[in-house]
Design a protein around this ligand. Structure first.
Ligand code: AMP
Length: 430
């Protein structure tokens, strides 16, 4: 037994799990094309400064940070948005807007490993740069819902809020951004009481504390009712009212093309600091952790030295989406390729078997060849165990007449057919 195992928090994806992951990635990629998002590939290693700039206390503390051999302080990416924003601030600075960019890949966070949480995980990420209109936020919600639906999930619910409500109130109260970030982190962890007493310490008015208290108590599925109620609650705070109206427009647009369940939570905060507008997460029943997270971040590209560029995006957590698919017993819509194996009956038949295998591969038919010199019966039972569909048995008798034995490993029927027609015959079979 080897002493080596995966590093804590890292996982191997064996063929069955890798197949699910590849499938989810492919569906995400197909949707990117469908909505006009172009795929980019950015590095796993980025400068620490870039990643730390606006990711929020929690993620900052959980980054894999190291110094490379050239003495640079670098980190493994904990999210995609910083890399995409870097690109838009540099190489894509003059690219016509809106820019729609898609990425899929692995991310790294030193989180405490548990069900649905590991230190290496996968996301599909969609970013829409260059529009501050509610249509853009609505599109990001629609893509997210479309992906979950396309992967066969049902009963999913979007928890939605708007950072502008809380920040609007806190700004008007003269609470500086750094203190606001601190409060948002507490709210992300649902530590509302602690947040309220901290807000008092920061010098907020009694009115503010009362308004926030009411906001923290407000949540519900009837989106437009909740928004009406929230608008009333925040009426003394002008930019809070603007934020509520913005959220109303986004939801109106998003729900005209697609119906999905929503849970509106005006006091909802997410760990990432760069959000400026609508924020959301998607959940399914019986899985406590979020499948996806996203929102609007209008200041990040500027912060990286780019042109002021409003932006909105979503990160879909593919590992958790796959867990949700398993929970809901979703059938994978994976097309099973017909697989074949060529088995020479004796050592003399090896070169003929190789020739036949290469003809089949040229025709793009997945073909293995027996490479351990097993007897025909052993090779057949092994192929059967591995769910290969057809065996092509190459023997001297048939070969003399330009033929082989084709065996269906499911029905166990076999027939002798001409090598010339093998590709055509195999393609015609189920
Ligand atoms: P975030 O970038 O924090 O908004 O996360 C977006 C999505 O990535 C979450 O909704 C999760 O599905 C997924 N995710 C984040 N952290 C982890 C983790 N440690 N393990 C697995 N999935 C994660």
């Amino acid at each position: 037994m080897s002493m080596f195992k995966t590093v804590r928090g890292m996982r191997d994806l064996l063929p069955k799990d890798a197949e699910k992951m590849r499938h989810a990635q492919q569906v995400a990629r197909d949707l990117a094309v469908l909505y006009g998002y172009e795929e980019i590939l950015t590095p796993v290693v980025e400068s620490y400064e870039l990643l730390a700039a606006k990711s929020g206390e929690e993620i900052r503390q959980r980054m894999y940070i190291f110094t490379d051999l050239g003495g640079r302080k670098v980190a493994l990416r904990p999210e995609f948005t910083a890399s995409v924003a870097r690109l838009v601030a540099t190489q894509l600075r003059n690219a016509p807007k809106p820019l729609k960019l898609f990425s899929v890949g692995s991310l790294y966070r030193y989180d405490e490993p548990q069900y649905g949480r590991s230190r290496e995980f996968w996301q599909a990420n969609y970013e829409l740069m260059g529009s501050d209109k509610p249509e853009a936020d609505a599109e990001i919600l629609s893509i997210t819902s479309h992906l979950l639906k396309e992967l066969g999930l049902h009963n999913y619910c979007f928890k939605i809020g708007h950072v502008g409500i809380l920040r609007g109130i806190l700004n008007q109260e003269g609470i500086i951004e750094e203190q606001q970030n601190h409060i948002m982190q507490m709210l992300d962890k649902k530590r509302c009481e602690e947040a309220l007493s901290t807000i008092k310490q920061f010098g907020a008015s009694q009115q503010c504390v009362a308004v926030l208290k009411r906001i923290f108590e407000t949540q519900g599925k009837a989106a437009f009712n909740i928004l009406k109620k929230t608008e009333k609650t925040v009426q003394a705070y002008e930019s809070g009212v603007v934020a509520v109206e913005n959220l109303r427009q986004i939801l109106m647009l998003a729900t005209t093309s697609d119906k999905f369940e929503t849970l509106i939570e005006p006091g909802f905060a997410r760990g990432l600091e760069y959000y400026t507008g609508m924020i959301f997460e998607a959940y399914v029943p019986k899985l406590n952790s979020a499948l996806c997270g996203g929102g609007r971040y209008d200041k990040l590209i500027e912060l990286y030295g780019g042109e002021p560029t409003p932006a909105v995006g979503v990160a879909q957590g593919l590992d958790r989406i796959i867990l949700a698919m398993e929970k809901q017993k979703t059938k994978l819509k994976i097309r099973k390729e017909k697989r074949t194996i060529v088995i020479p009956v004796s050592a003399e038949m090896k070169t003929n078997a190789l020739k036949i295998a290469s003809v089949l591969r040229e025709a793009m038919i997945p073909t293995e060849i027996d490479i351990v010199g097993r007897s025909v019966s052993k090779a057949l039972s092994d192929a059967d165990r591995r769910k290969v569909s057809y065996a092509i048995i190459v023997g001297p008798e048939e070969l003399k007449e330009g033929k082989i034995v084709l065996r269906n490993l499911t029905t166990r029927e076999q027939q002798i057919i001409g090598i010339k027609n093998l590709v055509k015959d195999l393609k015609a079979l189920d």
